[in-house]
Ligand binder design. Structure first.
Ligand SMILES: *[C@@H]1O[C@H](CO)[C@@H](O)[C@H](O)[C@H]1NC(C)=O
Ligand SMILES: *[C@@H]1O[C@H](CO)[C@@H](O)[C@H](O)[C@H]1NC(C)=O
Ligand SMILES: *[C@@H]1O[C@H](CO)[C@@H](O)[C@H](O)[C@H]1NC(C)=O
Length: 219
């Protein structure tokens, strides 16, 4: 009887470990998830679906870094100085300076704990003004990014919109943006779970191990 129960627990533990591992593999880019949510919100409002531009996504991550973790600066109209796009954001991403296009909107949100994409959407679209930005017909492309600050909160989300031509704006030398970890940005194939959500899977792994220790003692 006890042996049977122990086996049952062991297989439950294995399932838990496997699910933690696969969670780390599949949910690998929250920034892409947010772009999918933004686009379905747009198309539901009869606006076009926007191209997910990796160069613009990388620049959105740089844009966040300009806030240096200061959440309280997000609400106001503070923006990084215009010249930082050419001087630092583009070169840090490997984006060719000549392909920088006009920004037609931005959405920013910041919170001490990590808001996953669906919650981030509600934070970013908190009033009619930001909904207007999201639904604007001026945009052709979008880039999104999320990152914590030095290994923890606060967590920033940034969405940048542009009216550039998706194929020829924010183009990246060699086709692959420079890695900009920590953080995740949209439009690339970067499995960046370690940058944001690994905290969650690691915790699940640790609780699974603690559970295993507890059951070992129980029998
Ligand atoms: C778009 O998202 C906002 C904020 O979450 C929500 O209030 C609105 O109803 C959504 N619109 C559509 C068409 O889904
Ligand atoms: C779209 O662009 C025009 C021209 O620059 C501007 O006047 C207008 O406010 C923009 N619309 C939105 C929703 O941002
Ligand atoms: C632009 O990108 C799309 C999708 O990758 C591709 O189908 C199309 O041929 C490209 N257009 C040009 C002009 O390169």
């Amino acid at each position: 009887m006890a042996v049977f129960a122990h086996r049952l627990l062991a297989s439950a533990l294995l399932a838990l470990l496997l699910s933690a591992a696969s969670a780390a593999d599949t949910k690998n880019n929250p920034a892409d998830e947010l772009v999918a949510l933004l686009n379905s919100n747009r198309t539901a409002a009869k606006a076009s679906s926007l191209a997910d531009n990796q160069g613009l996504g990388c620049i959105a991550l740089q844009y966040i870094k300009a806030y240096k973790g200061q959440c309280d600066q997000v609400g106001g109209n503070k923006k990084p100085v215009e010249s930082s796009f050419i001087d630092t954001f583009a070169p840090n991403c490997g984006v060719q300076a000549t392909t920088l296009a006009k920004l037609t909107g931005r959405l920013l949100a910041c919170q001490s704990t990590y808001p996953p994409p669906a919650q981030a959407l509600d934070m970013l679209i908190s009033d009619s003004k930001s909904l207007q930005v999201l639904h604007s017909k001026n945009h052709t492309e979008v880039g999104a990014a999320v990152t914590g600050t030095s290994g923890g909160g606060p967590y920033f989300w940034c969405v940048l919109f542009s009216n550039g031509k998706p194929n020829s704006s924010f183009t990246v030398e060699g086709g692959v943006p420079k890695t900009a970890h920590p953080g995740c940005f949209s439009g690339n194939n970067d499995a960046c779970s370690s940058a944001i959500s690994s905290g969650v899977s690691t915790w699940r792994l640790v609780s699974a191990l603690l559970f295993s220790v507890a059951t070992a003692f129980a029998f």
